[in-house]
Design a binder for this molecule. Structure first.
Ligand code: MTE
Ligand code: MO
Length: 211
């Protein structure tokens, strides 16, 4: 069973859903991928399900100093971008993510593409063995575990390759850093009911948390 202990203690997704929870039906949802040359590609939910599926048990970290290790199912970002023939080895590319949007507007943010690829970033459709609930980003969210949660957009609708690295609207509003790499700090692991000091940079692994 893909269960996360102490899930009820996790800070509410509603509180962190800046633009509001969107109402999306997968039948009319598509993921748009925009290449650097402006060409656009559309993938349906079924297209994503037809790609090689991956399952990973990895820890996400919020800039508000809590973290949780959950069971994620999805597809690799590199496999999705390959569908649009994007050269993910270019160090000059950034990837702008845009959310589907709700009454509060849309949520956007930009990450360094090659770094995300090297960290095995995922596009996730299921958590703890079930499709993402609406407040957790149904139908698809990006997960880059080396970056804080605010760099990973829920209910994603557009992935755009760009040369420009800019703060998103809500990031700027909240005063978050452009880079978003998880920093050495004291965090709380909700699933372990444990505070820990992380002395690295980027993804937190089990070995970074003392028993
Ligand atoms: N579209 C969208 N995605 C978002 C956010 C948001 O407000 N809107 N918040 C981010 C932040 S700050 C965090 S910590 C995580 C929260 O994910 P959760 O719902 O699984 O707790 O979503 C991230 N992705
Ligand atoms: Mo967050």
């Amino acid at each position: 069973m893909k269960e996360t202990p102490k899930l009820s203690k996790k800070p509410s997704s509603l509180r962190y859903y800046q633009e509001g929870v969107p109402d999306i039906a997968t039948n009319d949802w598509t993921l748009t991928i925009r290449r650097i040359d402006g060409h656009e590609f559309q993938l349906t939910y079924q297209d994503l399900m037809n790609l090689p599926q991956v399952y990973q048990h990895r820890r996400m970290v919020c800039v508000c100093l809590w973290s949780i290790k959950r069971h994620w199912d999805g597809v690799l970002l590199r496999d999705v971008l390959a569908q649009a023939d994007i050269d993910t080895s270019s160090p000059d590319y950034y990837l702008k993510q845009l959310s589907h949007g709700a009454e509060g507007g849309t949520y956007d943010c930009t990450i360094h593409l090659l770094s995300a690829i090297e960290r095995d970033a995922l596009l996730v459709h299921s958590v703890d063995g079930a499709p993402l609930p609406a407040e957790q980003g149904y139908p698809l969210r990006l997960m880059d575990f080396g970056l804080y949660g605010y760099k990973c957009v829920k209910a994603i609708s557009l992935l755009e390759v760009t040369y420009e690295n800019r703060l998103g609207y809500w990031e700027e509003y909240a005063g978050y850093a452009l880079d978003g790499t998880v920093q050495p700090k004291r965090y709380y692991a909700v699933d372990r009911r444990q505070h820990f000091f992380f002395d690295g940079e980027g993804e937190v692994h089990d070995g970074d948390i003392e028993e």
